[in-house]
Design a protein around this ligand. Structure first.
Ligand SMILES: [Zn+2]
Length: 491
């Protein structure tokens, strides 16, 4: 900011005018009245009951080891048996289909012309990193309830959502409610590896000619003090997610003994190519979802940040420079470049026949896997280096519309349950199963009202994953209210 003010100062009168315009625009920016959504009384089981249920679900070690290993069928089956036993009304009323090892539930609506809504979650979890088991405060599959939390792998990612969705439907059934619009639940069994289960469910729905009014999946949360300068809980709703592609660089060598090396070995050529790709970062820019997030947050910030965020026409470069300093915010501004794997000769005195590197890219909306590959070829600029896709990738998802009725209903539901929340759209920098449903709906949103702090973000996929017990009733209330708003209380 200081640099910019100095630059404006150097411009003299013109600089002062520009700054004056920015200040005036900022002063005119009003904090939007929290859209009047009266906090709703929505019933939910007690926090203790919900904690017990989540703890039980966590104890089934439904680990997805890798995309080349089969799913853990016995654990997935046991978890499903538990679901049948724990949510009897759901299983007596809804149609349940097994697709691969994933589950699709259909709660038939009375209006067959209304497009269904889909609530998603995944039942698998990532492995616990070898050697880290002993460092967990509570063993990763213990499902211990202690210190106000349910502990264990999968509590946050993502069993809490599967359980809360089932609790919500069970509760609505107990009250004798029935939907006008069909409600679908889709529980993937391998989101953490490839998501083939979700893809198969999406394909089955597509073959049946189903269009979805609304899709809700993981990927957003209630962020507590995650954003500097924003004190209120921020409901970040993912309206798009980045694409994914790994690219391999391969250099062939002549092999031979390292006592008589050529000027450049395959490993040396490869290393230089990787360094060039890493130095040629893809350009940073504000995409639609990130602009919408900054616009949504600006009115709630202190004056300095408000000034910069609301006047990106003037402060854009400063803001960009600031955001690029942290890997988490940089990931929202550009396609990220991460060299991850390297291999050469198997022995120190043997020249490599082949040297190989893998670089993982997370692709910003507006770019594609092909444009990224083209960028890599240009950055490498060396015919000795072969550049090719490796593994399965995906282009960035489409961006969902925040002016839609469906986004409005979601926003209203969030505020009915958490009236203090600032609701903002954002770009999900990881991947979720919901990308497989892009072709079936224009309204794919990634959000669940789990409170997360900066430390919780490291716990998902890390050590000491946990969910606060007192957060659980609100999760059930949210799904219950959402189903009422979008599928039951409709014209
Ligand atoms: Zn997940």
């Amino acid at each position: 900011m200081r640099t910019l003010l100095r630059a404006l100062g150097a411009l003299g009168g013109v600089g002062l005018i520009l700054l004056g315009v920015a200040v005036a625009r900022t002063l005119a920016l009003k904090t939007p009245e929290a859209v009047t959504a009266p906090a709703m009384t929505v019933e939910a089981p007690s926090a203790d009951t919900l904690a017990q249920h989540l703890a039980q679900a966590v104890r089934f070690g439904t680990v997805s080891w890798s995309d080349t290993l089969p799913p853990n069928v016995p654990a997935l089956d046991s978890l499903h048996q538990w679901m049948v036993k724990t949510f009897p009304r759901v299983h007596a009323t809804l149609k349940v289909e097994k697709i691969e090892e994933s589950w699709l539930y259909t709660w038939e609506g009375s209006d067959s012309r209304a497009a269904p809504v889909l609530l998603m979650a995944h039942l698998d979890v990532v492995p616990v990193e070898k050697g880290s088991e002993g460092t967990w405060k509570h063993p990763p599959f213990s499902g211990d309830i202690a210190e106000g939390y349910v502990w264990g792998r999968g509590t946050l990612d993502d069993k809490v959502n599967a359980v809360a969705e089932l609790e919500a439907i069970e509760g609505l059934l107990a009250k004798g409610l029935t939907p006008k619009r069909t409600v679908l639940l889709a529980f993937g069994h391998n989101e953490e590896v490839l998501g083939s289960g979700a893809r198969a469910i999406a394909k089955a729905l597509e073959q049946r000619g189903v269009r979805l009014d609304l899709v809700i999946d993981e990927g957003g949360a209630l962020a507590d003090s995650v954003f500097p300068g924003l004190a209120k809980p921020t409901a970040v709703v993912g309206i798009a997610e980045k694409g994914y592609q790994s690219i391999e660089l391969i250099v062939k060598g002549a092999g031979g003994h390292s006592s008589q090396p050529p000027d450049e070995t395959a490993a040396g050529v490869l290393a230089a190519a990787v360094a060039r790709v890493q130095a040629a970062q893809l350009p940073s820019r504000f995409t639609g979802p990130t602009e919408a997030m900054l616009d949504g947050m600006a009115p709630h910030m202190g004056f300095g940040l408000k000034l910069a965020m609301h006047n990106r026409w003037l402060f854009g470069p400063v803001l960009t420079a600031q955001l690029l300093k942290s890997p988490a915010s940089a990931a929202m501004l550009r396609t990220t470049t991460a060299p991850t794997m390297l291999s050469g000769s198997p022995k120190d005195n043997v020249l490599p026949l082949t040297a190989r590197a893998v670089i993982n890219f997370r692709i910003l909306p507006g770019e594609t896997r092909e444009t990224v590959k083209q960028h890599v070829v240009e950055a490498v600029h060396d015919d000795r280096v072969q550049v090719a896709f490796t593994g399965i990738g995906s282009d960035p998802s489409p961006v969902s519309d925040v002016t839609s009725e469906e986004y409005d209903a979601l926003q209203r539901t969030i505020r009915e349950i958490t009236p203090a929340a600032v609701v903002v759209p954002y770009l999900v920098i990881g991947g979720t199963d919901s990308r497989h449903y892009s072709a079936l709906s224009r309204n794919v949103f990634r959000f669940s009202p789990t409170h997360v702090s900066a430390s919780d973000l490291k716990r998902a996929h890390g050590t000491d994953e946990r969910v606060a017990v007192n957060n659980l009733p609100d999760l059930v209330r949210f799904y219950s209210r959402l189903v009422q708003n979008v599928a039951i209380n409709i014209k």
